[in-house]
Design a protein around this ligand. Structure first.
Ligand SMILES: Cc1ncc(COP(=O)(O)O)c(C=O)c1O
Length: 338
């Protein structure tokens, strides 16, 4: 059966060019800083993000965790959007391993945090309170349907945070989707933030990895935290090589995913009972609601039986993500097959 897999853009597979680059990659021990391919990827990442340095991590979750560990001290409070990936899907790592209080501030439907609500959430100096030291943003915003934060918004709220002595970390797992949607360099979207991470393993199709970018001093500290949480990889150039191809060759094609996502949204809008807002679709994610006659789970199971895969988001909510390998022809394994 032909499978159309829209569960996530993390299902993407490395391109032929990536596989070739991986095969040919010059390698060394990256914990000693001696893997030339990792070093090249880190330099390239810092350059495209307009930061001084970058650190290669095995995942976006680890990059976000390391950012929190590096920016905060035990007992601090961090502010994140109520719909943030860091809050929902990272196993509470910032609290469990970073020892910080995670406090949420409401996200609007476009993935933004209201600057007034943000300012109010910052704790005043008081012996009873933890100190608020970090604001985390997300661009594009996963749970808010791939919504894009503009550079104006990000710069304004970052300046506000800085006025209050907070640092700002940007979870830019899909920042290149935002950059392509706005037709501007990704560095513009991260200009004032203190750190930014992005994933090469989503729409950019590399098999593994994320990059955490910031000042030289930040990345030096982050490198030590990476070692502590077990993210020091040895001949990691074998995967970094794919990341270089991802950054050099795969960014511009993200527009194809955005066009497909919008196409899907307009198609869904024609189905009686489906609730969707196609005009809101800015990048590769489409959130919609299944008809009232069927639960989200029931809808997903029925679609799966026809070879179309979505992710359940609770209640009748469903998420579809467009990516290069989502529409490939696959063969469904029969039950019990390996
Ligand atoms: C916005 C956002 N941040 C972080 C992550 C975590 O990335 P990873 O799956 O590489 O840990 C994801 C993954 O989907 C994400 O969507």
């Amino acid at each position: 059966m032909k499978i159309i897999d829209m569960r996530s853009d993390t299902i993407t597979l490395p391109t032929e060019e990536m596989r070739q680059a991986m095969y040919e990659a010059e390698l060394g021990d990256d914990v000693y800083g001696e893997d030339p391919t990792v070093n090249r990827l880190e330099e390239l990442a810092a350059h495209v993000m307009g930061k001084k340095a970058a650190l290669f991590t095995p995942s976006g979750t680890m990059a976000n965790l390391i950012a929190v560990l590096t920016h905060t001290r035990l007992g601090d409070e961090i502010l994140v959007g109520s719909e943030a990936h860091m809050f929902w899907y990272e196993v509470g790592g910032a609290s469990a391993l970073g020892g910080v209080v995670i406090r949420t501030v409401p996200n609007d439907q476009d993935g933004r945090i209201d600057p007034g609500a943000f300012e109010q959430a910052i704790r005043p100096k008081n012996i009873h309170y933890p100190q608020t030291t970090l604001l985390c943003l997300e661009n594009t915003h996963n749970r808010c349907g791939g919504a894009v934060l503009t550079p104006e918004y990000t710069s304004a709220i970052t300046q506000l945070a800085h006025q209050h002595g907070l640092r700002v970390h940007l979870d830019g797992a899909r920042i290149f989707n935002a950059a392509v949607a706005l037709d501007m360099p990704a560095s513009e979207l991260a200009r004032l933030v203190d750190s930014v991470c992005f994933c090469i393993s989503k729409g950019l199709s590399a098999p593994v990895g994320s990059l955490l970018c910031g000042t030289q001093e930040f990345v030096e500290k982050a490198r030590k935290w990476r070692k502590m949480v077990g993210g020091g990889m040895r001949q990691a150039g074998v995967i970094a090589a794919a990341g270089i191809v991802a950054l050099q060759k795969m960014v511009s094609r993200l527009v194809e995913d955005h066009v497909s996502a919008r196409h899907l949204a307009y198609g869904l809008a024609c189905i009686p009972g489906v609730t969707v807002h196609p005009e809101k679709v800015q990048t590769n994610i489409v959130n919609f609601e299944s008809p009232a006659t069927i639960s989200g789970t029931g809808f997903i199971q029925r679609m799966d039986a026809h070879g179309v895969r979505f992710t359940e988001r609770g209640g009748r909510r469903v998420r579809a993500v467009h990516s290069p390998h989502g529409q490939c022809c696959g063969h469904r394994r029969s039950p019990g097959a390996h």
